[in-house]
Design a protein around this ligand. Sequence first.
Ligand SMILES: Cc1cc2nc3c(=O)[nH]c(=O)nc-3n(C[C@H](O)[C@H](O)[C@H](O)COP(=O)(O)OP(=O)(O)OC[C@H]3O[C@@H](n4cnc5c(N)ncnc54)[C@H](O)[C@@H]3O)c2cc1C
Length: 445
Amino acid sequence: MASPETIAIVGAGYTGALLAVQLLRRTPARVLLIERRSVFGLGLAYGTGCPAHLLNVRSGRMSAFPDDASHFVRWLQDNRPELADPDGFAPRMVYGEYVRATLDAQEAASPGRFERVSGEVTAIDADGQGVQLKLADGRRLSADRCVLALGNAPPDPAGAAGLTPGASDRFINDPWAPGALATVKPADEVLLIGSGLTMIDVALALDAQGWLGRALALSRRGLLPRPHDATQSHAQPWPPVDASLSQRAKAFRARARTIGWGEAMDEIRPFNQALWRAADSSERRRFLRHLRPWWDVHRHRTATEIGARIQAMIEARTLSVGAGRVVKAETRPAGVWIDWRPRGATETRHDRFDRVINCTGPLSDLNRSPDPLHRDLLDRGVARIDRERLGLDVDAGLRVIDGEGRAHRRLYAVGPITRGEAWEIIAVPEIRGQVAELAERFARG
Ligand SMILES: Cc1cc2nc3c(=O)[nH]c(=O)nc-3n(C[C@H](O)[C@H](O)[C@H](O)COP(=O)(O)OP(=O)(O)OC[C@H]3O[C@@H](n4cnc5c(N)ncnc54)[C@H](O)[C@@H]3O)c2cc1C
């Protein structure tokens, strides 16, 4: 009898950890889960140490399993009963505990089939025989198939107008790096570049560490993510309109005027992947260029209480939000001097800050990524980026497309890095479905 295949997963954030669980449940395969951070199952989102960072999806929708909707709430009842409200927003670090516990439980139920490998994969070769992985410390691993669950790349420093990551502790390019915000002093004047969810995370983390200074959050349009309504949404899905992008946008706006943006977003969410896949490249580009800023702030909402906390910071003038663009930045011993142009203005403003923090969120155009594995895969044509430059190019079966346009037979990708294929694939409710489907496909052969 042929021995079971070995499947390597690169990246053990939420996506990689859940894929491991699903593969162990649904296939006889031996699973290698490879992670460069010290902890498996947390990744970027759930590795936060800040209790003020809450989930932005209600607990009742955060089960790790698409076919067991109350799994997370039951785990809360058993482990954190004070948080077990399905309509509530639990701390992200508690959700991380849940993902780790889910992985640990599956490992215990799969003796001899699961191996955690600590290390960074820097190169991958995949051919008809198998997949070879090279690690930064020189180790080599082999597998029959490999899945890339590389997740969110650190922010792109481009928006910071020439400030160089690592050149001075006055510029913090990756606010998620462990200890990144520790150098911010209580009275520091801070420029936050970006006004989305990352900015909110950083503002809350500064607030929680006793910072008492002032911050300006600057983005092209100065739009803030909307908070969830205080009441739970019970929206009924409506079918997608078979129409052009602009007709659909018009119908959506009309719907939002009737039932509110939050409800309208919840209604359309189950159709987002189908709408994206049906759109041609020019429609996708028009959506990204013209609608995305509004899409992002309405689609990626914050927990109700976080919205209230941010509003309180704005009213206390601790935080202000501006629309504009950094034109020039210069680091001097006494601070960072920023020239920035308010939206619609011809004059440039000249302001001094103690710190500048890049809050533009994960980098999406991997051509700009310095990550060794991204560079290896793209430079050697093992993979290519998708047409909209949202991540890696994959086919409908999540097989990675190489530089010549051919789909690999043994190399796959999952999670936010497949955004070009699905668009709506960055949050738990969609990722859990994607990894379950891929595991099911592997189980079929
Ligand atoms: C700040 C934040 C908050 C979020 N909050 C929510 C929320 O409340 N609700 C929700 O539904 N969704 C939320 N999301 C979205 C979603 O849950 C995450 O994007 C999701 O966790 C993605 O997980 P991932 O494993 O794909 O990526 P990541 O979390 O980025 O994990 C990828 C992992 O791969 C590892 N890795 C990468 N390259 C290599 C390599 N070469 N070798 C070895 N290891 C490697 C990394 O170290 C990392 O641990 C949030 C996202 C972010 C960024």
